[in-house]
Design a protein around this ligand. Structure first.
Ligand SMILES: C[S@@+](CC[C@H](N)C(=O)[O-])C[C@H]1O[C@@H](n2cnc3c(N)ncnc32)[C@H](O)[C@@H]1O
Length: 239
């Protein structure tokens, strides 16, 4: 069954623009780019690169980036934006690269889209060089457990609370906004942490970033509900 990405691709491209959506621009990009730094990495794989925004940011930071994504129209858009970039069709569960090919692997809000995330995390670890870094931005389990229903509002539309339900049960749900309708997966945090640990990775950075800029109303909402985690996991160095 379709996960909705092919049908939603144009709406996604329109919605994300070059600055990214509000959360990328004001919450996630500063942390993700801060982790990439300057001169820390040479060769990166962006797993689920979409229309290539983060690959372009990696290139601007001096990192040679390869993006893979299963959604054709998003890859086409990535190539239009960046004709000399390296964008390839593919799924996280079966990466076409040899072991130890990259010193940085990025998953920027893609784990929630990936059906077999355990296999995918094993694949991401496999293509990392020893000592290499897996940089993850993901929805928190609190948010994915409440995203389908969303905020409960009062009669004037004010935001009351954000209910969490079925937290410990892994389950898919359909998520709709701005003409985009895609299937995502809810998993509790422990499911992801266990998969990283079973892939032999070590946690070296963990953050629940809040907004660093942007309008006050959005900032308040993004402080009330924990939307994102950013993590770095490292493959052990040899010897
Ligand atoms: C929320 S978008 C994020 C795109 C990009 N990383 C960004 O932050 O702009 C999720 C992406 O995951 C991709 N995707 C869905 N299933 C996937 C899979 N099995 N392996 C890799 N990517 C997948 C979708 O095509 C989509 O581009």
């Amino acid at each position: 069954m379709s996960n909705g990405w092919e049908i939603s691709a144009q709406a996604w491209i329109d919605s994300i623009g070059e600055h990214g959506d509000w959360a990328r621009e004001h919450v996630l990009d500063p942390v993700m780019l801060g982790r990439v730094g300057k001169g820390r990495f040479e060769r990166a794989l962006d797993v689920g690169c979409g229309e290539g925004r983060f690959c372009r940011m990696l290139s601007a930071a001096g990192v040679a980036a390869t993006g893979i994504d299963p959604t054709g129209p998003l890859l086409e858009r990535a190539r239009q934006h960046d004709p000399s970039g390296d964008y390839r069709p593919g799924v996280a569960e079966q990466l076409e690269f040899e072991a130890a090919s990259f010193d940085l692997v990025v998953s920027y809000l893609t784990l929630i889209d990936i059906v077999d995330f355990r296999t995918a995390i094993g694949e991401m670890a496999r293509v990392l060089k020893p000592g290499g870094t897996l940089l993850i931005a993901n929805l928190t389990g609190f948010t994915s457990a409440g995203a389908e229903r969303g905020w409960v509002r009062d009669e004037e539309g004010g935001y009351l609370h954000f209910p969490v339900d079925r937290y410990l049960d892994e389950h898919p749900f359909w998520f709709e906004w701005e003409g985009i309708r895609i299937q995502n997966w809810h998993r509790p945090l422990a499911a992801y942490m266990t998969a990283f640990l079973e892939a032999g990775l070590q946690l070296t950075f963990f953050a629940e970033p809040g907004p660093l800029s942007g309008d006050a109303a959005h900032q308040e909402r993004f402080r009330r509900v924990p939307w994102f985690v950013v993590m770095e996991w490292q493959r052990a160095s040899v010897g």
